[in-house]
Design a protein around this ligand. Structure first.
Ligand code: GRF
Length: 194
């Protein structure tokens, strides 16, 4: 039985696309059955539909400052679709300990740095400023603290002379598209558990 996976997005959804395409392989242990966005205008929604995946919007602005009410609506959407695993892919909302606990060990995130380095935003700029020789991306289980949690997969590359924030971001994004499908495969096969 393939694991039923939902991907949560807020934007363009290139990692989402990589996951959907990888999951088309007959021997892939997971199927992407739902894409949920907290933003009705996320370009990734149309991409998901074009790839034949059902979409839903849970608009956080409809819940004013009620973060938990937003998350209850999100959780209902996931449970109604009998979701086994959740992949955050450019999902730009911080999640409360309640939601994280509910999906503990069943929710992954991808972050564009070699964690624990450069948690938070603007990771490529900060990597250049710090002068690191290697940079990359990390897939990890989600814990309440942002960009923390057991690491499932990392991909790294050399920072080159003349790299800009944009060139580095583009190369790291390609790496992201390779490691996220591999990480989801490992978790769906039960080879990595927390
Ligand atoms: C990626 O860089 C991901 O690592 C970060 O947000 C970005 C999302 O890009 N969490 P996309 O929507 O998958 O193209």
């Amino acid at each position: 039985m393939k694991k039923r996976v939902a991907i949560l997005i807020s934007g363009r959804g290139s990692n989402m696309t990589a996951l959907i395409e990888s999951a088309k392989a007959v021997d892939y242990p997971a199927e992407i059955v739902l894409v949920v966005s907290n933003r009705p205008d996320a370009p990734g929604l149309a991409r998901a539909r074009a790839l034949g995946v059902a979409t839903a919007v849970v608009d956080h602005t409809a819940f004013a400052d009620e973060r938990e009410a937003f998350e209850r609506a999100l959780d209902d959407e996931l449970r109604n679709n009998r979701i086994d695993l959740v992949c955050l892919a450019g999902f730009m909302r911080l999640l409360t300990p309640w939601f994280v606990a509910r999906w503990s060990g069943r929710m992954l995130n991808i972050h564009p740095s070699l964690l624990p380095q450069f948690k938070g935003l603007h990771t490529h700029r900060r990597a250049l400023e710090a002068g690191v020789k290697r940079h990359g991306a990390t897939v990890h289980f989600v814990e309440p603290e942002m960009d923390s949690g057991p690491i499932v997969a990392q991909g790294s590359l050399a920072v080159e002379d003349g790299d800009t924030e944009q060139t580095l971001a583009a190369r790291v994004l390609e790496l992201e598209h390779q490691i996220y499908p591999r990480a989801l495969r490992a978790v769906a096969e039960g080879r990595t558990k927390f």
